[in-house]
Design a protein around this ligand. Structure first.
Ligand code: DAH
Length: 339
């Protein structure tokens, strides 16, 4: 009997099974009521008294090993099963994550797309500028507060080197070297000496548009503004122009759109007015045309400028400007499907 038990231990340790049916067959063979181990247990009654202790222990060991073996085989089978189910054989071995486009880039491209459908082409200018391109050529008086140290970043040793405070400087860059017709859109980064908070930053992004030709009128400007608002914020969007002042346009206006969050009914976002301001615009001041070598008796034009952050906030309801420059992947990831 001792030999039989030893042989069974070896036999059971070597057992293999490739399916649940195989495992069940092994369990029946060894552990069921009529199985080999139960048979040995029954024979145990006839074992001589002096061998009972040794054989009893061996039988217990055999039963335990057989039970463990069957359990192990079941476990193995389960994990193998999972592996097979989890494998997607159509997947490539490359990492899937390819990053997302920045929300400001998504919105910038959308603005460019809308204007390019109207025949505008992209123009760019330097971020490090001089007083003439940022202020002088755009009809800013010598003592205009925007030139103040509080708004503009100056280079200490070179008073005429500044970081541009608006993309209107690109208007001059283009006009000084091109004769009308001019129809350009200028996206870019601008800098202002502001304390950083949820609503202000020392750098942000603008898009400027400029159209100069013969017989350009305020009606043309209005039509483009309405088209832009509807394309950007939906066909139901309404616009409202309020008189305003900019040194480089006359007359000047600020444009509001009907609040795209409450649909114009009034909500905390639009401070219960139903309107939100999105851009500045106006007819190019004849002084600006003349300063840039364009005959203001022959040509007229309109210009408009908007902050990309502002448009993005409205479109995606981002409440804190700082999120745009912190590179927090948890924020950026949310724009994965937006392009
Ligand atoms: N440059 C202005 C700013 O930075 C925005 C602006 C207003 C641009 C009116 C324009 C305009 O072209 O016509 O606040």
């Amino acid at each position: 009997m001792i030999n039989k038990i030893k042989n069974l231990i070896v036999e059971i340790e070597d057992c293999k099974a490739s399916s649940l049916e195989d495992i069940e067959a092994l369990r029946i063979k060894y552990l069921s009521k009529k199985g080999e181990i139960s048979q040995l247990m029954a024979d145990f009654r006839n074992v001589a008294q002096e061998e009972k202790k040794q054989i009893g222990q061996m039988l217990n060991e055999l039963k335990e090993k057989a039970t463990n073996k069957i359990n192990d085989l079941k476990e193995q089978h389960k994990s193998l099963d999972n592996v097979v189910q989890d494998i997607d054989l159509t997947k490539t071995s490359y990492p899937e994550y390819i990053g997302t486009r920045h929300p400001l880039s998504i919105v910038k491209d959308e603005i460019i797309d809308i204007f390019s459908r109207l025949g505008f082409s992209i123009a760019e200018g330097p971020e490090i500028e001089d007083d003439w391109h940022v202020f002088g050529s755009l009809n800013f008086a010598e003592d205009h507060p925007a030139r103040d140290m509080q708004d503009t970043f100056f280079i200490q040793s070179q008073p005429d080197v500044i970081l541009r405070t608006h993309t209107s400087s690109v208007q001059t860059r283009v006009m000084e070297s091109t004769q009308p017709p001019i129809r350009i859109i200028c996206p870019g980064r601008v800098y202002r000496n502001e304390a950083i908070s949820y609503r202000a930053h020392c750098f942000f992004h603008q898009v400027e548009a400029l159209y100069v030709d013969k017989n350009v009128s305020f009606a043309d400007l209005k039509q483009v503004l309405l088209f832009f608002a509807k394309e950007m914020f939906g066909a139901d969007t309404q616009i409202r122009l309020r008189p305003s002042y900019f040194p480089f346009t006359e007359p000047s206006a600020e444009m509001d759109i009907s609040c795209n969050i409450c649909g114009g009914k009034g909500c905390p976002f639009c401070k219960h007015t139903g309107w939100v301001e999105i851009l500045g615009c106006g007819m190019v001041d004849p002084n600006v045309l003349e300063a840039n070598g364009i005959d203001s008796k022959v040509y007229s034009g309109y210009a408009l400028g908007m902050g990309i952050e502002r448009i993005t906030n409205l479109k995606y309801r981002v409440k804190d400007l700082r999120l745009f420059s912190e590179n927090d992947i948890r924020f950026l990831d949310q724009f994965e499907s937006a392009h």
